[in-house]
Design a protein around this ligand. Structure first.
Ligand code: NAP
Length: 210
């Protein structure tokens, strides 16, 4: 497949690029500035900013699936990067004829029915005090996806950690995921790539954890 990865310079996005190349895909790394990651004959680098909608169509053209791990570096501040980014990505996808998008928000924005009691009552209210600005915009982003006619999947991980892939993760669609404390970025990247081949996850928000 020909994949485009947004947020390709980030912790998760870099791993999506690396794993996609290892799986034999051709990849477009969509970056705002320089690409300092690995070079590869199946890797193309395209410069685009998700907040500059006009820059996206040339970067995404010719792609089968878009994977987005973009996010705000300052999660404590109000942001529009998730919702405005999703709007711009979906518009560009429509323009160049792409239907499939795999993207990321976060577990604390799962509806109450998708959270276990401990997270709903204690953990997530605490996290919202610190990261509420990002979470608010992630909610707007999920509303943008729901409103679209594209074939999206959104993953909601808990706290992301670095380290090698374990190759295992648990997920729950529209249901609570007990003991959802952390997830390795390498496993999130693998789950995102696996979702590109899993039609059961189309138009689903997926709670995901180690
Ligand atoms: N950190 C956590 O514990 C945690 C928990 C749950 C969910 N999440 C979410 O999981 C996803 C991946 O997290 P991460 O920590 O691996 O990401 P990260 O390292 O913070 O990377 C974010 C990426 O987004 C890119 N980006 C930001 N604004 C952009 C824009 N306007 N246009 C294009 N690219 C833009 C950044 O590019 P530059 O290099 O150019 O800045 C970077 O590549 C994010 O959506 C994050 O919110 C994180």
């Amino acid at each position: 497949m020909q994949l485009a990865v947004l947020g390709a310079t980030g912790g998760t996005g870099t791993l999506v690029v690396e794993q996609a190349l290892a799986e034999g895909h051709s990849v477009t790394a969509v970056v705002r500035r320089d690409w300092t990651g690995p070079r590869h004959r199946r890797l193309r680098v395209a410069v685009a900013d998700a907040l500059d909608p006009g820059s996206l169509p040339p970067a995404l053209a010719g792609t089968d699936v878009v994977l987005s791990a973009l996010g705000s570096a300052q999660a404590r501040r109000p942001t529009r990067v998730y919702s405005a980014g999703a709007t711009a990505i979906l518009t560009a996808m429509r323009e160049v004829g792409i239907r499939r998008l795999v993207a990321v928000t976060a577990l604390p924005i799962a509806p109450a029915a998708g959270q276990d009691l401990l997270h709903r009552r204690l953990v997530h209210p605490l996290l919202h005090r610190f990261f509420g600005g990002a979470y608010e915009d992630m909610r707007r982003m999920e509303a943008v996806l729901l409103d679209s006619d594209s074939d999206w999947t959104v993953f909601r991980p808990p706290y992301l950690r670095n380290g090698p892939a374990t190759g295992t993760w648990r997920f729950a669609v529209d249901a609570p995921l007990p003991r959802a404390w952390t997830l390795r970025r390498a496993d999130l990247a693998a789950a995102m790539l696996a979702a590109t081949r899993d039609d059961r996850l189309v138009r689903r928000s997926v709670n995901l954890a180690a």
